[in-house]
Structure formats: C-alpha cells, structure tokens
Design a protein around this ligand. Structure first.
Ligand SMILES: Cc1cc2nc3c(=O)[nH]c(=O)nc-3n(C[C@H](O)[C@H](O)[C@H](O)COP(=O)(O)O)c2cc1C
Length: 220
C-alpha cells in the first residue's frame, strides 16, 4: 500500500480481533520503530499482549476491545510533543501499510511502566493501540480548507494536496486546531489552543509533507 493510500484509508479503530500480531509483521513494525528512534531520539517501544493498559474503566468507557498491543510513546519529558506526533504518526501509517489498524490514546489508558523501558529524563507521553480491526473505521468530520489554511484559487496544487492530507490526520478529540500558511515555497504551520495540540501539529505536518511532496516546499 502506498503511503498516501494509508493516509486515505486510516481511521481510528478501537475494537480489535482477539488475535496475536503475526511475528513477521511485528518484526517489521519493530524495525521501523527502531529506525524512527534513531532519527528522533525518542524511545518508542512495541508492547505486545499487555492487556492491563487498556483494561481500565476509562478504556472500556471509550469502547476499546481487545486492545492488548500498543506502541508506547516513551520519549524525553520536555519539548518533545511535536516529535511524538510526527514520529508516532509515521508508525501509525507504517502499521496501516502492514495491515494493522490503530488508535492514538492520550487519556483513556493506564500507564504500565513495568511493561517497558523508561530511561532517566523520559516519560510515557501516550500510547497508540494497534491490532487487527474487528470493525471498520469511519471517516471523521472535517473542517473546511479555509478554516485551517490560506488556500485560495491562486494556491499551487501541492499546497492543496498537503492541506487535504492534513485534514485526514487524526487529532485529539478531532479538534483539527492547526493552520497552514503558504507564501511561495515556504509554509508556516501553527498549532491552535487545545489539549495535545502540539502533538497534533507533528501529526498534521507529517501528513502535509506526504501530501504536498517534500520537494515542493519547506517549513518555516
Ligand atoms: C494526540 C491524540 C490523542 C488521542 N487520544 C484519544 C483517547 O484518549 N481516546 C480515544 O478514544 N481516542 C483518542 N484519539 C483519537 C481521536 O479521537 C481521533 O483521531 C479523532 O476523533 C479523529 O478520528 P480518526 O482518527 O478516525 O480520523 C486521540 C488522537 C490524537 C491525535
């Protein structure tokens, strides 16, 4: 699956089959996570068959089912929110390409520190549940292009494609509190006010970059 199709076909899925992730698939995802860590300085880890994090009341309330596999987004405590979003979403899209559904979880889970390695100066920022979907995900409601960007009739086609991909991204409580401003080949991306909006910014910047094509612009 092409990465742009992973963007189009990804939706949050909270209910999974009670089925172990195939060994080969898990290995590929682990290798990918490792490469992301090398690049970013994060310490993300794939945690398999660990049902406690998503067995709490909050998770059940959020209608999660069989969510016993997840990527623990462990990373330096300070100033890492945007990177957690950017590199976490890379893992989400890779998981989709490998046939796995996913859901970002910032609130409705219990931290199980003994299931992972957390070095000095690091914390668990949030988790991303992964697994074989028991139900299909559904497209989310989206804001309009003009509420999240300065897109106009004169904008280049790549800018439109970038904003389109950003609008398909997961954001906390689907808040879509971001703004893309294009001037020539420069793009300024800013986060609005809202819970986890800095992490959302990293996520939508990755989507934008994939949609627009890195060769067409640079972020300010
Ligand atoms: C940073 C972040 C935190 C999230 N936290 C939760 C959460 O705690 N519980 C939950 O059920 N969904 C959570 N989500 C999933 C969003 O609700 C979901 O991405 C959004 O509604 C858009 O839907 P979609 O992912 O299907 O496109 C989170 C998403 C992001 C990006």
């Amino acid at each position: 699956m092409e990465i742009i199709d992973a963007i189009k076909e990804r939706h949050s899925v909270r209910q999974y089959l009670d089925k172990e992730i195939d060994g080969e698939v898990a290995e590929q995802l682990r290798d990918f996570i490792f490469a992301c860590n090398e690049e970013s300085g994060a310490h993300f880890q794939l945690i398999l068959q660990e049902p406690k994090a998503m067995n709490c009341m909050l998770a059940k309330y959020g209608s999660f089912k069989n969510a016993s596999n997840y990527i623990a987004l462990v990373a330096p405590k300070d100033g890492f929110e945007e990177k957690v979003g950017y590199f976490g979403e890379k893992c989400v899209l890779k998981a989709k390409q490998l046939g796995l559904e996913s859901c970002w979880v910032a609130g409705s889970y219990k931290k199980i520190p003994e299931a992972m390695a957390i070095d000095k100066g690091e914390k668990i920022h949030m988790i991303i549940t992964v697994g074989y979907g028991a139900v299909p995900g559904r497209p989310h409601k989206s804001k309009r292009f003009e509420s999240v960007s300065n897109l106009s009739d004169d904008s280049p086609e790549w800018f439109k494609r970038g904003v389109e991909a950003a609008l398909l991204a997961p954001t906390a409580i689907n808040q879509q509190k971001f703004y893309f401003e294009q001037k020539g080949d420069k793009v300024k991306a800013t986060a609005g006010f809202g819970p986890y909006s800095k992490t959302d910014l990293g996520i939508v910047k990755l989507h934008f970059e994939i949609g627009a094509g890195k060769e067409n612009f640079s972020f300010e």
